[in-house]
Design a protein around this ligand. Structure first.
Ligand SMILES: NC(=O)c1ccc[n+]([C@@H]2O[C@H](COP(=O)([O-])OP(=O)(O)OC[C@H]3O[C@@H](n4cnc5c(N)ncnc54)[C@H](OP(=O)(O)O)[C@@H]3O)[C@@H](O)[C@H]2O)c1
Length: 263
């Protein structure tokens, strides 16, 4: 199967890392199905990619906090005659307020977008991938999955789920020709911190901690094609994981308590 005959579904393609996935996959000749809420942005990106690469690119507006969204996306894909070879579960966000001060609807939304939808989309695409004995899934986790726990951050718990889920799925599905990779970026230039409301604090972090989305995505695509279950992009992030992993739980807790920059 060549890239020209493959189709990728990218959630959260209207900005940041997701838009970069779309641009790099379009350049490789993938057919694309782009998903997010801001459909105007998706349409503009689709047109850019069609003009630049002559690919087929469809867009579907979906709010992934809506429980029916994963099934709606797949129904649209079937209607368009698209069979998903590469799933990129990228859409995500982080709340910033304290757990008890955050309305349940917001917490439930985070869980729906980054846990339930991620899991359901993988469950929906896997059977056809098994049939074809070829498939690739990238689930966007975070360096937060390795970092000490952060006060008030549901995000770390969610991204730890995504990391472990991806490794488990990779073990189960690899014998069927399917590679699953958890992408664990550190601080990446995107709209993430604007949405989170932490841009001011994030901008004070040293440049060495930041990566561009294109660099993150290049490493992620290389990792999933080579069957690596976990991708920590960038030298600084790899070094950070190597430092954090051996720490005992009590030390991680203490560090997390004093070192959360967004507290
Ligand atoms: N940037 C970082 O520092 C960083 C670090 C580690 C991990 N990550 C992870 O990387 C992934 C991409 O984030 P990013 O940095 O590219 O952030 P971003 O620029 O804010 O993009 C987030 C994307 O997710 C989509 N999205 C958010 N809520 C959604 C919803 N309810 N329904 C559908 N789509 C939704 C947004 O689209 P619409 O608003 O148009 O719906 C947007 O396309 C996330 O999973 C994030 O957790 C980011």
């Amino acid at each position: 199967m060549t890239a020209a005959t493959r189709t990728a579904l990218i959630t959260g393609a209207s900005a940041g890392i997701g838009a970069s996935f779309a641009r790099q996959l379009a350049a490789q000749g993938f057919t694309l199905l782009l998903v997010a809420r801001r459909v105007d942005r998706l349409k503009a990106l689709a047109q850019e990619l069609i003009d630049a690469h002559g690919i087929e690119c469809k867009v579907f507006a979906a709010d992934l906090t809506d429980a029916s969204a994963p099934r709606d996306i797949m129904a649209y894909a079937a209607e368009q005659g698209l069979c998903i070879d590469l799933l990129i579960n990228n859409a995500g966000l982080s709340g910033h307020k304290k757990f008890v001060d955050t309305p349940w609807s917001e917490l439930a939304g985070e869980i729906q977008v980054m846990i339930t939808a991620v899991t359901e989309l993988a469950h929906l695409v896997a059977p056809a991938m098994i049939e074809r004995q070829w498939g690739r899934i990238i689930n966007v986790s975070s360096l937060a999955a390795f970092a000490p726990p952060g006060e008030s951050l549901l995000y770390s718990a969610i991204k730890t789920y995504v990391l472990i889920l991806s490794e488990s799925l990779d073990m189960e599905l690899k014998p069927h020709g399917i590679h699953v990779t958890a992408l664990c970026p550190g601080f990446t230039k995107s709209e993430f911190h604007d949405v989170m409301g932490t841009r001011h604090t994030a901008n004070k972090l040293p440049a060495i901690m930041w990566q561009q989305p294109d660099d993150v995505v290049k490493e992620a695509l290389d990792a999933v094609m080579h069957g690596k279950p976990v991708c920590v992009p960038g030298r600084f992030n790899k070094f950070s994981v190597a430092m954090m992993r051996p720490l005992p739980e009590w030390a991680r807790y203490r560090i997390g308590k004093v070192a959360n920059p967004f507290k």
